[in-house]
Design a binder for this molecule. Sequence first.
Ligand SMILES: Nc1nc2c(ncn2[C@@H]2O[C@H](COP(=O)(O)OP(=O)(O)OP(=O)(O)O)[C@@H](O)[C@H]2O)c(=O)[nH]1
Ligand SMILES: [Zn+2]
Length: 215
Amino acid sequence: MDFYDGSTALNNCATGDFGLPADRSPRPTTEQAVRAMIAATGDNPDREGLLETPARVARAWREWFAGYGVDPAALLARTFTESAGYDDTITLRSIPVVSTCEHHLAPITGVAHVAYRPGASVVGISKLSRLVDAYARRLQLQERLTSQIAHTLDDVLKPRGVAVVIEAHHGCMSSRGVNQHGVSLVTHCWLGDFREDPVLRRELLGTLPLPRRDR
Ligand SMILES: Nc1nc2c(ncn2[C@@H]2O[C@H](COP(=O)(O)OP(=O)(O)OP(=O)(O)O)[C@@H](O)[C@H]2O)c(=O)[nH]1
Ligand SMILES: [Zn+2]
């Protein structure tokens, strides 16, 4: 698995400039690193209950960071043109977001709502979920996640407009630091028609289950 150190990351919703990585430095294996982290807690990595933990965590990391192995643009390669002139907004709501905060390695969990106004073609709706997951399963800032999803959809599909709204809870806010449960962060990225037309933005927001009241 290939990890990105995130050091050059930028977040620019307007330009889509994400400062992708140029170089990667040598690193310990995940198992070695986890063993060192366990020792750093003051616990004994050789006690029975912890012996298999580095291997388990390595497996878990492969799932949490599977996004580094996915080319998000390639997910959108197959498109459909026979949508009988449908040209209104297409919205996939409440796509689960499972991500990891790049500042604290704490979980970010929430939902993404992805909308676009099609140009010549539409994409299979499962690909929108896959696109969210490909960017979420990396070390992230919620703002950058929102922007990356929107810009990739815009670049590949060339629709008339794209909107991405994410509402998420950050483990680094709820279980440490300010220790505030129930706080959620809402981010938007509006491109094309959505950026230009406040009526479209209002209409879309009116259809979204925000704010979440189930936590
Ligand atoms: N904008 C943004 N901030 C985030 C995100 N995830 C975590 N953070 C914040 O990143 C900040 C890092 O701030 P620092 O002062 O460097 O770290 P810290 O001392 O651990 O901060 P506290 O969380 O306030 O204890 C914190 O304010 C976090 O709440 C995110 O997705 N977007
Ligand atoms: Zn954090």
